[in-house]
Ligand binder design. Structure first.
Ligand code: PLP
Length: 431
């Protein structure tokens, strides 16, 4: 079979016959769209049309696609080396990136473990916490406390801390480690705090503290488990309770890191630092897969004193130089831009332009934080049907469950953002 210059039809035929997509069925495939290239905030389709991208490829492409500075970083690194093993070898892109991450993440995180994807960075965070307590002579502290409506990835330990219902992994509950769940934070981001909001969390923490290695949560924004924004006071309270009861705190900032919520890291809203931090997604500006798990000296010193003496993890593609080089360029680009101003504009525009949806009887809530805009519907949406209407309206917006949401690139122009919000207001309008 000649595989050169495939038509859209040929690509779709191969895809339908052989290729899995995220959470997809090969026997009942949903419609797909053929993207031939992407530039700025536009996806170019095989039929010649262009779509304005509202998803940033799931939180990642914060500077848009095909960015000259990011392209340059990849091609320059490519001429030097695309990959070398990280066992026994050091290289400049990894050193630069580690220093940058230590400099910009909340103090006192200062040790960096590079890995390939968000889920793996969560596995690593969990292993760090378990090895830490083993070293302290408390191997029985090996469970995790987490929040309902949370999402932490698709690998086994990560699945065990996803919400058992909204987290998509209930099929595996028999084989997953049983963890401890507290109710999803009830306090919306901007509403007055009441101490009672922490009661269930405190109850679970105190009830299980002798068995708990760590609390793991997504700070401020619970992403794929419900796009839920909660109060910084809750996060502050969690940090204080973890300290008081001798449990580590893991913050999963894979979705929220690098400015998305209006702070560089969402932990900054509460002015706290976790013991262990997971980052991924937009780390490389959406160019390549790369993640990292950071920890403080307390955790790394503890692991150093453990029976193994070393941290028991080491991925083949650890600190891939191409990925590190583009991550360095993405962070430089972000910090050199007026990202706070850009996100403030996006936030104000999303608030104003999505507001008409509040009047729809099919909508339960419209909420905006930073560069994230969410319309929550009363009922589950028909993803394929809605997607089709969005494409007809010239935008790429992919809903899930009851949620229609956008998280555009930070450098999106106001007119393009208006096209996204206008499409939502129009497509969701009740008949
Ligand atoms: C996406 C995501 C993950 C998983 O990352 P992958 O790169 O898909 O493995 C974990 N935690 C959060 C909060 C995420 O948004």
């Amino acid at each position: 079979m000649n595989l050169k210059n495939l038509s859209t039809r040929q690509i779709r035929a191969i895809d339908q016959a052989h290729v899995w997509h995220p959470y997809s069925s090969l026997s009942q495939p949903l419609p797909t769209y053929h993207v031939t290239s992407a530039s700025g905030v536009r996806l170019q389709l095989g039929d010649g049309s262009k779509l304005i991208d509202g998803m940033s490829s799931w939180w990642c492409a914060i500077h848009g696609y095909n960015h000259p500075q990011l392209n340059e970083a990849v091609s320059t690194q490519l001429t030097k080396m695309s990959h070398v093993m990280f066992g026994g070898i050091i290289h400049e892109p990894a050193a630069q990136l580690a220093q940058r991450l230590v400099d910009i993440t909340p103090e006192p995180l200062n040790k960096v473990f590079f890995s390939d994807s968000g889920s793996v960075s969560v596995e690593i965070a969990i292993k760090m916490a378990l090895q830490f307590w083993q070293a302290k002579g408390h191997a029985e502290k090996n469970q995790l406390l987490t929040l309902r409506k949370g999402y932490h990835g698709d690998t086994f330990a990560a699945m065990s801390v996803c919400d058992p219902e909204t987290g998509m992994h209930h099929l595996f509950s028999e084989v997953l480690r049983q963890q401890v769940f507290s109710e999803s934070p009830r306090c919306p981001f901007n509403e007055a705090w009441q101490p009672d909001y922490l009661a269930d969390f405190e109850h679970q923490l105190i009830g299980h503290k002798d068995r708990l290695a760590a609390v793991i949560l997504e700070p401020i924004v619970q992403g794929a488990g419900g796009m839920h924004f909660y109060s910084p006071d809750y996060l502050k309270g969690v940090r204080a309770l973890c300290d008081e009861h001798n449990v580590l705190l893991i913050a999963d900032e894979i979705a929220t890191g690098f400015g998305r919520t209006g702070k560089l890291f969402a932990c900054e809203w509460a002015d706290i630092s976790p013991d262990i931090l997971c980052i991924g997604k937009s780390l490389t500006g959406g160019y390549m897969t790369l993640a990292a798990t950071l920890c403080n000296d307390k955790v790394s010193d503890g692991i150093g004193e453990s029976e193994a003496g070393v941290f028991m993890h080491g991925p083949t593609f650890m600190a891939n130089p191409l990925a590190c080089a583009v991550a360095n360029a993405s962070i430089e680009l972000l910090l050199a831009s007026d990202w706070q101003g850009n996100i403030a504009h996006i936030e104000a525009q999303l608030k104003e332009e999505l507001a008409p949806c509040k009047a729809y009887n099919t909508v339960t809530d419209v909420r905006v934080l930073g560069a994230i805009g969410v319309v929550e519907m009363k009922d589950f949406v028909d993803v394929a049907a809605l997607q089709k209407r969005f494409v007809e309206a010239g935008v790429w917006i992919r809903p899930f469950a009851k949620l229609v949401y956008v998280m555009p690139a930070f450098n999106i122009e106001a007119a393009d953002l208006s096209s996204l919000t206008a499409a939502i207001v129009e497509v969701l309008k009740p008949d």
